[in-house]
Design a protein around this ligand. Sequence first.
Ligand SMILES: C[S@@+](CC[C@H](N)C(=O)[O-])C[C@H]1O[C@@H](n2cnc3c(N)ncnc32)[C@H](O)[C@@H]1O
Length: 252
Amino acid sequence: MQIENKMAKWNYWTERSYYHKELRDRAKGIKSEMEAAKQISQLIFEKAKSYNSILDAGCGTGHFILSLEKKLKDGFQYLGIDITEQHIIDAIDIFKENTNYQFQLGDIRSLVVEDKSYEVSICSNTIPHIPHIGKAINELIRVTKGDIFIRMLISDEVLITKKALSDVFDENGEPESFMYVNIYDENYLKNIIGNKGELFIYEDIFDAKAIMSHYEDHKSAAGKNIATRIVEGSQFKGHLMLPWKIVHIKLT
Ligand SMILES: C[S@@+](CC[C@H](N)C(=O)[O-])C[C@H]1O[C@@H](n2cnc3c(N)ncnc32)[C@H](O)[C@@H]1O
């Protein structure tokens, strides 16, 4: 399979072995559930029409499964897709006992998935960090029958931000390697969705104490400007404030 931009400058995850371990530990239940995983699982339970089949795009190691299992008691088919090969290798190994859970190496912007084949799609913490999100959201709309839940950054202005990972720049003056931390506005989403669905935006629930205790570990592994911290009640990555929201697209 051809993975476009696998080694692109924005693709932060490929070489981050500390992050691979972090997500492996979460999927094995060694590290605690993410607040976002709990909140999205609860929202699926409360708001989705049905949830027998779930697509998780940008799934990492599939660690959302643990939270979904707690909330959705009846079981579900799950397909996790991720562009980082190491995550998919780890996920296949960790969840090999349960044949309802499948994993695929792939790019959210060109999914190898049939139209309308999943009742629910999730995409958590991925959209802010990739280019061409219109393609990604259109793909989620194409493959989903019912409800889409996306954790992303929403505010009243659009900010396309490159967090440089070093101070080396290429011939165009762009950072040699960087992480996107992009914020979009509601209007942008409405234009993508058009008449294909209804848009709801929910506040992100987070545990400030848990974030700050994780920050201490995370900053030594990833750097202080990558790790999330709390400043005056808001989430920050370095100098950038993170207006996390859960976007719910209810398809019509
Ligand atoms: C910050 S992690 C989020 C993982 C998990 N969804 C969570 O919320 O903890 C972002 C994930 O998106 C994946 N990713 C980045 N770009 C992608 C793309 N274009 N298609 C599919 N996965 C992508 C990365 O490999 C990484 O596993």
